[in-house]
Design a protein around this ligand. Sequence first.
Ligand code: HEM
Length: 553
Amino acid sequence: MSSSQLSSTATLEYVNTMGLIMGIVILSISIYVSLSRPGSKSLPDGVKPYSALPGPPLWPVVGNLPQTVAFLKQDAHAHHMIWLTFANRYGGMYRLHIPGHRFIVVSDPAVLPDIIGRPGLPKWAAYENVIPLVSKTKVHTLFTTPHSDDPMWKAVRKALNPAFSPDAIRAKFGLVVNKCEELCSLMSGFGPDKDMEAQDLMARLTLDVVLQAGFGICSQYLGDLQPVPLMQELHYAMDESFRTFSEPLRGMALKLMPWLPAAAEREGHFCRLYAIWDRWIQQMRARGPCSEDDDSMWACISRVKDPASGKQLEGDQLQAEVASLIVGGLDTTAQTCSFTLALLAAHPEVQEEVAAELEAAGLLASRGKPQPRRLTYADLSKLPYLDAVVKESMRMYPVSASGLGRCTREPTVIGGYLIPAGCDVQINYYAMQNAEANFGDPQRFWPQRWLRTASPDAVSAAAARHSRESLSDNVNRLARAFLPYSAGPRSCIGQPLAIMEIPTVLAMVLGRFKVSLAERMGGYEGIISGQQNSFTLSLKGGCWLKFAERCRL
Ligand code: HEM
């Protein structure tokens, strides 16, 4: 490391440490002020004041110092686990005492209708951290627009619907199958002893699919295994944007001191990222206008007219919408596939259940049948156990772990409490889907809990507490606390593509290979301790797996 880099690192460390000390001083003052603030005087009947919300006492500092330090400094990527600990301790809606910041975390599904889709609750400011990933002029996109009554948001969402219609998704199925064939050949070539990093492989496959299916760009990232510039730049940018959020003083320091090597490095990465988006847009434009029956994402976006000017989207606005679709579909789908493979590798008995289901459908390779029949679109709806496995994996490791963030603009009743204006409200999907109140034995990877045909003794411990409820009610109750794609008007627009792509990848890979954890993962414990949350949930250090061909076992 050069001396200038060292001094840059030292400066940033100094700024962060000073920030921490200042934070503690400000915190102490604000705790004093907030404790001496009188409660709300007149409340509607049955509504409790904000101050009555349970929560960690004087969080973050007093009584929770280790977690505070972890959160503020070393391990901001682990905050989803802290939120879960608090959900189990303080219940389905609690507040955090953060200096100068009102913040509630919700994991009780009964409270969701008070938040999701409610007019007057815009997306919170944290979404703005996504903007620099997709736009150099910092324009809002479908994902970041705060209000769902925004005319531009409505126009883009409406225009994009055909790209995710059942017919459009079915039409892309063949492309996904071809990519999975390519993936299987690659795995077969590496042999059973090679450690393969599933997150990288899945991201390559997903990027090839979204670029080709959505934007007509025939990339070969899966085939050539060279570093993928978009993934390199995007992951740097995500990490950097996340740090701006978790270490605000670092972001400020980099802005105020552009001569620091770290600032120049940041600038270089973002320039390269924007150049990639630019290049792809030029490629798409070079193909000329789209035909009327083209329902690709690119064709749909190209048809959007700005409600204010009546003109088609262009420049950075167009590029940002395209980029946000690619970013939205990339790590989410890829990490879901890799978490599911890792969980199956760590639970061989569940993997064998999947194999039995695939075998019954003629989709499993074996010594006597090295080439199983080709997966069809119709097969996807006939694999209930695989579907339950995907649900269980998405329950335990929802890639959008931080869930949904909204902000109150005026005093608002949520979950029976009067929440003051200016409060950030988070439905933390990780906490909700792993909370003991919502799922029996939540730490157990147990796909059976999702099966309506499960035998009575397969009913979860939570269902046992509701002993008179039918299995079907049990599954419906679980589904209320399960929102990996979110819900309401701002739910995931790409869900139809993901729910076609994920089981296709899994059915084809598991039909050909037996998956096991590489030694370096350190067993199931390694999955639990390796999880990190920045924009999406992933495994720190990679998801290392081995793939042994079933026809050679
Ligand atoms: C496993 C796969 C996926 C998961 C778990 C997932 C999850 C989510 C969630 C939870 C949201 C709501 C976020 C919030 O309100 O904060 C969301 C929104 C969104 N997703 Fe996905 N997503 C997936 C795949 C995709 C794909 C394949 C695409 C596009 C190709 C996509 C594009 C988007 C966009 C554009 C939004 C913003 C929608 C709006 O606000 O109107 N996602 N996604």
